[in-house]
Design a protein around this ligand. Structure first.
Ligand SMILES: NC(=O)C1=CN([C@@H]2O[C@H](COP(=O)(O)OP(=O)(O)OC[C@H]3O[C@@H](n4cnc5c(N)ncnc54)[C@H](OP(=O)(O)O)[C@@H]3O)[C@@H](O)[C@H]2O)C=CC1
Ligand SMILES: C[C@H]1O[C@H](OP(=O)(O)OP(=O)(O)OC[C@H]2O[C@@H](n3cnc4c(=O)[nH]c(N)nc43)[C@H](O)[C@@H]2O)[C@@H](O)[C@@H](O)C1=O
Length: 313
């Protein structure tokens, strides 16, 4: 990628897309194109075809998707399948039709079988049943990986698939029901502290383990891989370290300074018991994360506070 290369970031306003946008701007790229969903609904095949024919980007970061936590995934099963298939089919196909040199598709760690051996190696894909709560989303993501590989096989497209672990950071989604666990707990502990609630309720048993990568670290990895990785298949992006939801809650409780009690609502699903990524393939290529969890949570909490008054949901 040259500094004047025409780069399209699909989903540039999202947590991941905005982190990639910041990274490319910091690196001095001068020809980045973006569209908000109100102006270009990526579910609309003709509008996407017209956009690509008109703009002809050379590089594409596909960070647009319908994204949410375990309850959102399990509630809007049809939307997670339909919208993500539509978005990725349209962007990947229109990229091929218009000669995009390289495209990066963002998948997710949920593509792996629920009970696969840990840590998760890339070759474990499709070796077992998926976690029920986010199967629609996972099926869509797996289809995206296979579509990139199929367009490489048939048309020679250099379209790569990267699998991030759970992410958090600036511009995260703090919706009380639809968000992921880390932003959800930042908001819940903050509001409990501000309003003097005696207890904070965590969903599930607190025993599942999760790995968390700061979104700006992910953007660094995406930039690194867009420059250096040209292979079919998939590559994991994570920290290689995980912790239990209970320990995550205790860490966020400490950082926010909440002094009440924690309760567990075991009527809510735990989801996958563990999904620690094996990141040796990425480490062997020369990239490692730099932002550790406690520092990252402090940065995310500050961002939450700064944007608290303008938050819609
Ligand atoms: N958050 C996480 O923990 C993880 C995320 N990922 C992946 O990273 C990518 C980005 O996730 P994240 O940044 O968290 O998500 P966000 O919800 O923060 O951002 C999603 C973006 O997608 C855009 N979008 C959604 N639907 C449409 C549509 N119909 N047309 C056009 N744009 C649309 C939105 O655009 P607009 O703002 O203009 O409406 C938004 O900017 C996704 O592929 C996700 O699967 C992978 C692993 C973990
Ligand atoms: C990135 C990844 O993210 C999702 O999978 P997930 O990691 O299971 O998602 P989650 O962050 O929502 O939950 C993690 C764990 O945390 C527990 N938990 C406790 N209390 C809250 C809580 O208040 N909110 C949420 N959301 N979870 C909570 C929750 O019960 C679960 O045990 C999918 O999008 C999947 O497709 C995917 O790609």
């Amino acid at each position: 990628m040259e500094k004047a290369s025409k780069i399209y970031i699909a989903g540039h306003r999202g947590m991941v897309g905005s982190a990639i946008y910041r990274k490319l701007q910091k690196e001095g790229f001068t020809n980045i194109i973006t569209r908000v969903s109100a102006d270009l609904d990526l579910r609309n095949q003709q509008d996407v075809a017209d956009f690509f024919a008109q703009e002809k980007p050379e590089y594409v970061f596909l960070a647009a998707a319908k994204v949410g936590g375990i309850v959102a995934n399990n509630t809007y099963r049809a939307d997670f399948l339909y919208e993500n298939l539509q978005i990725q089919n349209n962007v990947i196909h229109s990229s091929y039709v218009n000669g995009v040199k390289k495209l990066m598709f963002l998948g997710s760690s949920c593509i792996y079988p629920k009970l696969a051996p840990q840590p998760l190696k890339e070759e474990y894909l499709l070796t077992g049943l998926l976690e029920e709560t986010n199967e629609p989303y996972a099926i869509a993501k797996i289809a995206g990986i296979k579509m990139c590989d199929a367009y490489r096989a048939q048309y020679g497209c250099n379209y790569i698939s990267v699998m991030p672990t759970n992410l958090y950071g600036y511009n995260d989604n703090y919706h009380p029901q639809n968000s992921h666990v880390l932003p959800a707990l930042i908001r819940r502990f903050h509001e409990a502290k501000e309003q003097g609630f005696e207890t904070v309720t965590i969903w599930g048993t607190g025993t599942p383990k999760r790995e968390f990568l700061f979104a700006d670290d992910l953007a660094e990895a995406c930039y690194f891989l867009m420059k250096t990785y040209d292979a079919p298949g998939l590559i994991n992006i994570g920290t290689g370290e995980d912790l239990s939801i209970k320990d995550l809650a205790l860490l966020i409780k400490k950082i926010i300074g909440y002094t009440g009690e924690i309760k567990f609502d075991t009527s809510k699903s735990d989801g996958t018991p563990r999904k620690l990524m094996d990141v040796s393939k990425l480490h062997d290529k020369g990239w490692k994360h730099t932002i550790e969890l406690e520092d990252g949570i402090r940065l995310a909490y500050h961002d939450f506070l700064v944007n608290e008054n303008t938050r819609i949901a």
